[in-house]
Design a binder for this molecule. Structure first.
Ligand SMILES: [Zn+2]
Length: 493
């Protein structure tokens, strides 16, 4: 049985990869594409944010099932905003300890639903070994001690020096959890300037080392985070150099097998991204200021708990080019008012909320257009999901073709993805997704004027390329949730 290696390049943009492949700048990716199946467009989750998308990849479900709704979201169970560390300022405000606990422990052990097993859990329960190098989604049953690096621990006043995390047979989480280094330690970029080992070079070194030492698990995920930062900074269409860097590291992993041909004889190799990015404009008009638009409501702060005493009305949870606005009290009345305000702004491509069981409404900002939809009905999409709707389909750029086929254009799988964002966990909320070129501003929001951003329902944020080499695969309309059954299928399940 061939082993499987899944390389995840954060924010891998389909157009840039296609260009690099045709120009020959990424020899390893080109070799894999030439010997395998290359999908130019695979649909990601909504919001198109890393914790949501990677949870979808590793469980084969959307956020309505796996329970990780965003990078920043409101947790009704504890009546607080959850943030995995979107900005340095918010880490300082919320506290390093809380952010670290959210990211290292709660994301996998509390937020990710126990009803949706991960690929690691499923394969290990069937006797296969699995491993994860640097991806934040790693839930399995083996306990590891994560040593919090000195400078991070210092920032918690030494209240947080180590943590027990659960992972698969092999787990690397930067310098917090890793195998004994095979080379001098300085060869593995670590420390605060190298994001404590959460960087491409560290991921590449560790995975090559595992193969060299004969410790390669049957299924292994290798995560390359650097391209996301690069793309945010320089813009998605200029990510050539950082994708080339990821290619070099994949090449170094393939080299460990003696030759790339041999690597393919022994492995299924998959290269994909979690989501892509799109360019945002430079200038204040490209920032949709939600704090200002919704200033008439009492907003829950990042550190507060919603309670009867503080009487907070809403929680704004910005996720770059999308945002959740949770309604904390007087639900119908406040929701109605929020929608009224957001609907006036043409920079909001979609404003969506749940009206009642299986009934959702979507508006287009700056217009009078509205659309109602729900699951199960006479209209079928390319994924075999059926829908009922009433109103203006142009709100989600959809059309009904012959034989009641519904097709989505600029907003792939729009009904499925919007409803899953509205159903993820509990809590009454409005979801907004920005027009291309814009992103949301609110307390705690990272912003990228003139750079790349993501999160929205739109195609450019939402589609990633995927190369699958070493196994037959046929998917007419691929989505990132297809990875789960594809990999399980390879192992005979
Ligand atoms: Zn990002």
């Amino acid at each position: 049985m061939k082993k499987v290696i899944l390389f995840v390049v954060d924010s891998l943009h389909p157009v840039v990869l296609a260009r690099l492949l045709s120009e020959g700048y990424v020899p390893a990716f080109r070799f894999l594409a030439k010997h395998g199946t290359y999908f130019e467009r695979v649909v990601s989750s909504f919001p198109t944010m890393t914790p949501v998308a990677t949870s979808s990849m590793i469980t084969g479900t959307w956020p309505d099932r796996h329970g990780v709704p965003g990078f920043i979201w409101y947790n009704e169970d504890i009546r607080k905003i959850v943030d995995y560390g979107a900005t340095l300022q918010s880490v300082i405000k919320i506290g390093t300890e809380k952010v670290l606990r959210n990211l290292l422990i709660k994301l996998n052990q509390e937020h990710l639903s126990s009803d949706t097993p991960t690929l690691y859990e499923e394969l290990e329960s069937k006797g296969y070994s699995t491993g994860n190098v640097n991806l934040f989604m790693h839930r399995a049953t083996r306990p590891y001690k994560a040593k919090i690096p000195f400078s991070l621990s210092l920032a918690t006043g030494f209240r947080f020096t180590e943590a027990e995390v659960l992972g698969p047979s092999h787990l690397t989480l930067g310098q917090l959890v890793h195998p004994t280094f095979a080379e001098r330690a300085s060869a593995y970029p670590r420390g605060p300037l190298n994001r404590f080992g959460f960087n491409d070079a560290f991921s590449g070194k560790i995975s090559a080392q595992l193969i060299r030492e004969g410790k390669q698990p049957d299924f292994m995920v290798v995560y390359f985070p650097d391209n996301d930062k690069y793309s945010h900074h320089y813009g998605p269409l200029r990510t050539g150099p950082s994708i080339e860097q990821a290619d070099l590291l994949v090449a170094s992993v393939l080299d460990e097998f003696g030759s790339w041909e041999k690597a393919l004889e022994e492995n299924v190799i998959i290269v994909t991204g979690d989501h892509a990015q799109s360019l945002v404009g430079l200038g204040n008009e490209y920032l949709i200021d939600l704090d200002r638009a919704l200033k008439s409501f009492k907003r829950l702060r990042a550190t507060e708990e919603a309670s009867g005493n503080n009487n907070k009305e809403i929680a704004i949870c910005p996720n770059e080019r999308m945002a959740f606005i949770y309604v904390l009290q007087r639900k119908n009345e406040i929701l109605h008012d929020i929608v009224g305000i957001l609907a006036k702004d043409p920079r909001n491509a979609q404003i969506a909320w749940k009206i009642s069981e299986n009934k959702y409404c979507v508006l287009q900002g700056g217009t009078e257009k509205q659309l109602f939809f729900g699951r199960v009905g006479p209209y079928q999409d390319v994924y075999g999901q059926t829908w009922t709707f009433e109103g203006d389909l142009t709100v989600v750029d959809a059309q009904v073709k012959c034989k009641q086929k519904i097709e989505f254009g600029k907003y792939p799988d729009a009904f499925g993805r919007l409803s899953s964002a509205l159903e993820a966990r509990s809590g009454s909320r409005v979801v907004v997704s920005a027009v291309s070129g814009y992103e949301y501003l609110a307390a705690g929001a990272p912003i990228h004027p003139g750079g790349g951003s993501h999160g929205s329902l739109e195609e450019e944020d939402s589609t990633v390329p995927m190369i699958v080499t070493g196994m037959p695969v046929r998917l007419d309309y691929p989505r990132i949730i297809d990875l789960f059954p594809m990999i399980m299928g390879h192992f005979g399940f």
